[in-house]
Design a binder for this molecule. Structure first.
Ligand code: ADP
Ligand code: MG
Length: 382
């Protein structure tokens, strides 16, 4: 993954490419979910944070109603006309922003064309939501260039719709909300039923360490859809609108195929774990938070069956480090990343230790990203 360019470097590349100065730098972070996995599509709770890796767009307005985008990290470029926004088959990366433009236009905003140079350091396709980062950065760019303000919740919905309609990815809303609304040193408790949210402070002295297994989630799409269907079947059997409304007692009272019951047991208990984590954070009990993260991983591995040898190995290595409170897989599973909550002072020593043993055990080179919780999307007018 590329290194984040400084503002000066980004502006210099923009000037070289477009022969004029950028007037805006928009930015939006990636995200990591601390706990609450596979709960979002069951109307449940999630607890993500924005991370210290972000996507930036340097931009300057155009008068012809066109958007000319350069993806610096991919060495690609494309132009589209706001009068007729279409999906691109050859420049798939631009569909996230085409979709955002279409969404802002449909919402009635005075969207204006611009030249934009995109660059960032959110690892692409690792499950840290480089896609939502690019969407939320583009909402900020369109808003600053067009002279309007897009409320965060609406920005998130527009990003989600861009993924549904322009990319064909049936994602929830967690990624966009976290990227739009993140606050330094806070996680966001999001209720995926009504999309209400509440920032929860992370106690001082705690840090987040993200560990990418470097295994890509190839099986994820079909397995994900299968689990969604199993959750719907379980909710129906319990006669509740979604598993969010189910209880373990209700589950014990009905006869369900074993696999469906296990999926439901994970979701129902995971929702409780999210709320317990919030209480533990508020009480400053980081050991309790760690225990809940560990329990979440066990449940995802044994009941929801979305872990992998590499994720289990990574989680075990993270937990064996001095100063680690707990660790779990984060994101949909099968590959991608694990997340650990650690004593801030213990992170530096853990990184080379985890990397070396993981490499030895799996033959794979992991990527480790220490992070504090970061601020959500914003734009700077130059
Ligand atoms: P994730 O969101 O987990 O990183 P996705 O598959 O949802 O993975 O999104 C990754 C896609 O988003 C990339 O394949 C690319 O099309 C687009 N993308 C993300 N970041 C950038 C970037 N900096 N420049 C261009 N395209 C990007
Ligand atoms: Mg994504």
């Amino acid at each position: 993954m590329s290194k984040l360019l400084s503002h000066d470097e980004l502006r210099a590349h923009f000037a070289k490419k477009f022969g004029r100065s950028a007037t805006v730098i928009a930015r939006a972070p990636g995200r990591v979910n601390l706990i609450g996995e596979h709960t979002d599509y069951n109307d449940g709770y999630v607890l993500p944070a924005a991370i210290e890796r972000e996507t930036r767009i340097a931009a300057a307005p155009r008068a012809d109603g066109c958007v000319h985008l350069v993806a610096f990290d991919l060495s690609r470029e494309t132009t589209f006309d706001l009068a007729d926004v279409q999906r691109s088959t050859s420049e798939g990366w631009s569909n996230y922003i085409r979709g955002v433009a279409a969404g802002l236009l449909a919402a009635g905003y005075p969207v204006q064309g611009f030249d934009g140079l995109i660059q960032g350091d959110v690892p692409i396709g690792s499950g840290l939501s480089s896609s939502a980062a690019m969407e939320m950065a583009s909402v900020q760019a369109f808003s600053a260039i067009g002279g309007f303000v897009t409320p965060s919740a609406q920005a998130a919905r527009i990003g989600q719709k861009a993924e549904h309609l322009f990319v064909g990815a049936n994602t929830g809303l967690m990624d966009q909300l976290a990227s739009a609304l993140g606050q330094p040193d806070h996680v966001l408790l999001i209720d995926c039923r009504d999309l209400s949210f509440r920032p929860v402070p992370i106690p001082a002295g705690a840090a987040i360490l993200i560990a990418d297994t470097s295994v890509r989630r190839s099986l994820a799409a079909s397995a994900y859809n299968e689990r969604r269907a199993q959750c719907e079947a379980a909710a129906q059997a319990l006669s509740v609108p979604a598993l969010r409304d189910g209880t373990l007692a209700m589950l014990d009272a009905v006869a369900l195929p074993d696999v469906v019951a296990r999926r439901a047991r994970h979701v129902i208990a995971e929702d409780d774990r999210v709320l317990e984590t919030v209480a533990a954070l508020q009480g400053g009990d980081l050991h309790k938070v760690g225990e809940l993260m560990n329990a979440s991983h066990a449940s995802l591995r044994d009941l929801y069956e979305v872990s992998s040898v590499e994720l289990d190995t990574m989680v075990e290595l993270l937990r064996s480090q001095p100063g680690c409170y707990g660790a779990r897989l984060t994101g949909a599973g099968f590959g991608g990343c694990a997340v650990a909550l650690m004593e801030a002072g213990a992170v530096d020593a853990a990184i080379p230790a985890v990397a070396a043993v993981y490499r030895m055990r799996t033959g794979l080179t992991p990527a480790l990203y220490p992070t504090r919780a970061a601020a959500g999307a914003s734009a700077l007018t130059l």
